[in-house]
Design a binder for this molecule. Structure first.
Ligand SMILES: Cc1cc2nc3c(=O)[nH]c(=O)nc-3n(C[C@H](O)[C@H](O)[C@H](O)COP(=O)(O)O)c2cc1C
Length: 410
């Protein structure tokens, strides 16, 4: 007998906020900011399309908290120089259909491509590896003052996000960005209060959280995207990640989205999957089940979900409360509605290659191909699953000139 779907059931998030269903559109960097890093009409259209497609929460692609520290050239930045009217317009479109629109807040730390910054900062002066050293400069270790300034920048951006109407914020603490760098024993080898012991490495994320809470008040939802582990030698371990879940839950976080890996070891994109994981589709379910013992907050698992059956099963077994979706939402913006209407719903996502692995890699096709889909939707068009790799490569080159062929990160 088939159990009733939980996908379209409501979910209480806080004492005053109830989500309309279990679909969570995960952050995907859109590369649709203007030259002043404000949101554009393409972003309005894209988020309106997602809102109409039925997701309970849509999280923006990473918004940068410091305009001197961009992860990518066309990032949106939210600070006192921003044109807030454009952000309000973005929120107006993205909250149609009773959708919650949350802002993902990020600082890249050392994950700033060298064509953007010649002197990135990080917890310690340790370069990226795994071929990334070619596109990213070795960083300088942050001073105590710089650490405090970045904490303040997160809080300031969160306060502005609330002011312009976003209904929640999410700290990006995954995928090797600055907050993740502080947590990692490999990337954080400081010998002051910000490094060394687990407690010291956790201090940065906890201080960022507390500063945001202080800025937005007790009832405004705050979430985090957290790595279940970094999946690399001396990276954040599962046990240490669980410690962060526990500490942030005690501190009052409202939602935890589970991901994993970094661009040195991209587990979040589903590499080297075990057979048992392939069957359940989602990459980080086992971790989420364990995390339940340390938190009673809303848990989201992102990475790998492709069928309504696997999504519903994860909810039924109480592994998570919401289904995080990235690439499938770039191909099918009304996926939530379709999956709620049809228990047999399934989506395949496969990018078109140029046929040359090296070109695919140089052009970062595993990201830029999806970015091209977001751009199509921003123009009011449908995503195009047969879009050729060459087309994306040339388009990226045309749009972004020489930037296209340098390393970029999402
Ligand atoms: C084009 C693109 C951009 C992304 N940008 C971000 C980002 O800004 N912040 C983030 O936390 N994750 C980002 N991700 C990762 C996704 O949120 C998600 O974790 C990943 O795609 C795995 O989920 P999926 O299997 O549903 O795609 C990005 C992924 C893609 C494909």
């Amino acid at each position: 007998m088939q159990t009733a779907s939980k996908l379209d059931t409501e979910l209480p998030l806080t004492s005053s906020v109830t989500l309309k269903n279990r679909f969570f559109k995960a952050a995907m960097s859109e590369q649709l900011g203007d030259s002043d890093h404000n949101p554009t009409p393409e972003l309005f259209k894209l988020y309106e399309t997602w809102a109409k497609g039925g997701a309970g929460i849509c999280v923006t692609g990473n918004l940068m908290v410091d305009r001197n520290a961009l992860g990518e050239p066309k990032n949106v930045v939210l600070d006192h120089q921003s044109d807030l009217s454009k952000f309000r317009e973005w929120v107006r479109h993205g909250t149609e259909n009773n959708t919650q629109l949350w802002a993902q807040l990020n600082h890249p730390g050392k994950q700033i491509p060298s064509f953007i910054s010649s002197e990135p900062v990080a917890p310690s002066a340790i370069a990226l590896e795994g071929e990334l050293e070619k596109g990213f400069k070795k960083p300088r270790a942050m001073t105590e003052q710089e650490i405090n300034d970045v904490i303040k920048a997160f809080a300031r951006t969160a306060e502005l996000a609330k002011e312009v109407g976003f209904q929640g914020v999410q700290i990006h603490s995954a995928h090797g960005y600055l907050v993740n760098q502080f947590l990692s024993p490999r990337h954080n080898q400081r010998d002051d209060q910000w490094g060394g012991s687990v407690e010291n490495r956790q201090r940065f994320v906890i201080e960022v959280f507390k500063a945001i809470r202080n800025a937005v008040g007790d009832t405004f939802p705050i979430g985090i995207k957290l790595n279940s582990a970094d999946f690399m030698k001396d990276g954040l371990s599962e046990e240490e990640s669980m410690g962060v879940v526990k500490a942030l839950s005690e501190a009052g976080i409202d939602l935890i989205e589970v991901s994993g890996g970094t661009y040195e070891s991209p587990a979040m994109m589903g590499v080297d999957l075990k057979e048992s994981t392939k069957k359940r589709e989602a990459y980080f379910l086992e971790y989420a089940i364990k995390a339940r013992q340390h938190t009673n907050k809303v848990l989201v698992v992102t990475g790998g979900f492709r069928s309504a059956a696997a999504m519903n099963e994860a909810l039924q077994e109480n592994a998570c409360d919401m289904i995080g979706l990235g690439r499938p939402m770039a191909m099918q913006p009304d996926l939530p509605q379709k999956a709620m209407d049809n228990p047999d719903f399934k989506i395949e996502v496969a990018i078109k290659s140029t046929g040359f692995e090296i070109l695919d890699k140089i052009a970062m096709l595993d990201l830029t191909w999806y970015e091209a889909q977001l751009s199509l939707m921003g123009k009011g068009k449908q995503p195009n699953s047969s879009l050729s790799g060459w087309n994306v490569l040339l388009q990226t080159l045309g749009n972004m000139g020489s930037y296209a062929f340098r390393k970029r990160r999402a």
